[in-house]
Design a protein around this ligand. Structure first.
Ligand code: PEP
Length: 258
């Protein structure tokens, strides 16, 4: 069975003490009463990684990741952070290609290919974000657009490498807007992504690939979205910032996966 995953993108929110208190409350709220099948990945700002890796050390179902990394392993890149540094403070995952990085920091498919390649040797699993704009969808070009993102940023990887990657489909028009894609739209794109990966790497890799949905996912819509056969969980922004809004999303995935 494919991994079931909820990733929490805190973006640029929560100072040191607030983040720590929040993570502790989350751990208490998610204490496995019986069996938890959903893996939870917290993606806080860099300042939290070291402390949270200690806080979460004994939590088998809660992991840590970063929101970005540089494509080089070290060097004169003021203000940047490298994959081995992230690994050294306990990160096991890294977001690559979030639409805010693409739009606000001009990250393109070629650069993102380098970031994916840079993360893997340091045992950092990339959570690769893809997704189209409202204009592209209005023209019916969403699948071609996403395919180009995958081809240019992921399909240089070997089969062994791509097996370490998680894909997050995040239509840009749904991120932080309150406009969620419909289950039909989400399933169609997730199925298309799985089939693109299957064509490139074969049935076993395509079937094992976790594909998360992101874009205004919340306690109300999580269950129906996670019930789509090719949806393996969610990448959650706003609703991951409060225990009360995040825990029901995790519960929804656990219910669907049970
Ligand atoms: C995100 O930033 O990845 C995201 C999905 O945000 P939101 O849930 O707020 O739409």
């Amino acid at each position: 069975m494919r991994a079931k995953i909820i990733a929490a993108n805190w973006k640029m929110n929560k100072g040191y003490h607030v983040g720590l208190t929040f993570a502790q409350a989350l751990v208490r709220a998610l204490e496995p009463p019986t069996h938890h099948s959903a893996q939870i990945i917290l993606l806080p700002p860099f300042i939290h990684l070291s402390t949270l890796s200690q806080t979460l050390a004994i939590q088998q179902h809660i992991h840590l990741g970063a929101q970005n990394c540089h494509q080089d392993a070290y060097g004169a890149f003021t203000g940047e952070i490298a994959a081995p540094m992230l690994r050294s403070v306990g990160a096991q995952y890294v977001l690559v290609g979030h639409s805010e990085r693409r739009q606000l920091f001009n990250e393109d498919n070629r650069l993102l290919a380098k970031k994916v390649t840079a993360a893997l040797p340091h045992a950092l699993k990339p959570i690769f974000c893809c997704g189209e704009s409202a204009e592209t969808r209005a023209e019916g070009g969403q699948e071609a657009f996403v395919k180009q993102q995958l081809v240019e940023s992921l399909f240089h990887l070997t089969a062994q490498q791509i097996a370490q990657v998680i894909i997050a489909y995040e239509p840009i028009w749904a991120i932080g807007t309150g406009k969620t894609a419909t289950p039909t739209e989400v399933q169609a794109m997730h199925q298309a992504i799985r089939s693109m990966v299957t064509q490139q790497y074969g049935e076993a890799i395509g079937q094992d690939l976790p594909i998360l949905y992101g874009g205004s996912c919340n306690a109300q819509n999580a269950h129906v979205l996670f019930s789509c056969p090719d949806v393996d969980g969610g990448l959650i922004g706003k609703a991951s910032l409060e225990v009360a809004s995040f825990v029901p999303i995790v519960n929804a995935l656990n219910e669907v996966a049970a």
